[in-house]
Design a protein around this ligand. Structure first.
Ligand code: NAI
Ligand code: MG
Length: 366
């Protein structure tokens, strides 16, 4: 049977960018014989409107069964007043938690045609292609004890950075596997100089390397230096492995090396399923962009490139992902630009669907 894909378009520009991805999914079915069993469902505000919860139990169950989930974006001003327990982002958090997606992959790739959009000088970012692997289900954002307590007549806010050996081991393996398919280099970032969890992190990563990944060039770096190096000379890196908290900061920092939010994909991967592929959720890094929603202005590339990541990690050996990424690169080289990729005086921007059509035309020509 065909591989299965659950599409959760969500809110705001989510459905707009996902419509373009669906055309591309159809293209792969028609032209490359790569057919998917696609089902669609609601998440976020859209699910709240229909069911009173940001993710219905039936949707959660479907997500557990499919080969991959592709998500658009959730949220919007209409839902800001909702109680925390039913806020749109809770739908996304539930998916990540129940699917146990512990490895968050955030590529930072600089397309030549967009090098001028970087916050940095062109020569520092031209040709940049790095991958940040952030641990996503543990660490400071989840560790207990946590809360605001009273101690000696004043309030104290507590979070706990806590990592078990097995949590570090599994995300390290995911990162080493990636490094093996990419440039063969991995840099692990923590603060072993001042944090116990950092000492354990460094030890476990070193042990996993010794045991099974001697072919990968491993280095360790304190995360604060890592932030500096990312901005100073990002091309020294291939795969960066780091924890939840540092990964949150470092991946946002890396994102801006490459320009627009409208170009950035991500993947969140869990344990291998029966077919040997990891449980997986793919989504653009951007949110629902209420300021431009419904106007056909959204850049669909982040979502299209998220589907390319799905092709690479869930559905094929990489050739089809390369094909799609090359098509996006070609379109940018040809000068097709949505508004987010233009200067104020840049002329008439392409619409969301014109950008999608251009990618399909480039696929046809490939
Ligand atoms: P955002 O990413 O939605 O938008 C930030 C800025 O970037 C806006 O000016 C927007 O127009 C622009 N932008 C974002 N994606 C774009 C695209 N594909 N093409 C062109 N321009 C694009 O972040 P913001 O404004 O902080 O949040 C808006 C809503 O999205 C909130 O409800 C927030 O909670 C939610 N959100 C959801 C996320 C998710 O679903 N994973 C992630 C981040 C925010
Ligand atoms: Mg963040």
């Amino acid at each position: 049977s065909n591989p299965s894909l659950l599409i959760l378009a969500g809110d705001g520009i989510g459905p707009e960018v996902m419509a373009e991805v669906q055309r591309i999914i159809d293209w792969f079915g028609d032209k490359r014989g790569l057919k998917f069993d696609v089902s669609e469902d609601l998440v976020g505000g859209a699910a709240y409107d229909a069911h009173g919860v940001p993710l219905h139990d039936d949707t959660m169950a479907k997500a557990q069964e499919v080969d991959a989930v592709l998500l658009g974006a959730v949220g919007g001003p209409k839902y800001d007043v909702l109680d925390f327990s039913v806020k749109p982002e809770r739908g996304l958090l539930r998916l990540r938690k129940e699917m146990d997606l512990f490895a968050n992959l955030r590529p930072a790739q600089c397309f030549d045609a967009l090098a001028d959009f970087s916050s940095l000088k062109k020569d520092i970012v031209a040709g940049l292609d790095i991958m940040i692997v952030r641990e996503l289900t543990s660490g400071s954002y989840f560790g207990e004890p946590r809360g605001i307590f009273t101690e000696n007549n004043e309030r104290v806010g507590i979070n706990t950075q806590r990592y078990t050996e097995s949590e570090i081991d599994r995300v390290a393996r995911a990162a080493f596997e990636l490094a093996r398919k990419r440039g063969g280099k991995l840099c692990s970032m923590e603060k072993a100089n001042v944090m116990e969890s950092g000492i354990l992190w460094r030890d476990v990563v070193t042990e996993v390397h010794e045991a099974d990944y001697k072919d990968i060039e491993l280095s360790h770096m304190y995360a604060d230096n890592g932030a500096m190096q990312l901005v100073r000379a990002p091309k020294q890196f291939d795969v960066i492995l780091t924890d939840n908290l540092f990964g949150d900061l470092l991946s946002d920092c890396a994102a801006m090396l490459t320009g627009s939010l409208g170009m950035l994909p991500s993947a969140s991967l869990g344990a291998p399923m029966e077919n040997g592929r990891p449980k997986a959720l793919y989504e653009p890094v951007h949110g629902s962009a209420p300021d431009i929603a419904g106007e056909g202005k959204a850049n669909p590339c982040a979502c299209i490139l998220s589907f390319a990541m799905a092709l690479r990690y869930s559905f094929s050996e990489g050739g089809e992902a390369d094909r799609l990424e090359a098509a996006v690169e070609q379109v940018l080289a040809d000068g097709v630009r949505t508004g987010d990729l233009m200067q104020a005086d840049g002329g008439t921007p392409a619409t969301t669907s014109e950008m999608g059509s251009a990618v399909i035309a480039a696929l046809d020509a490939s």
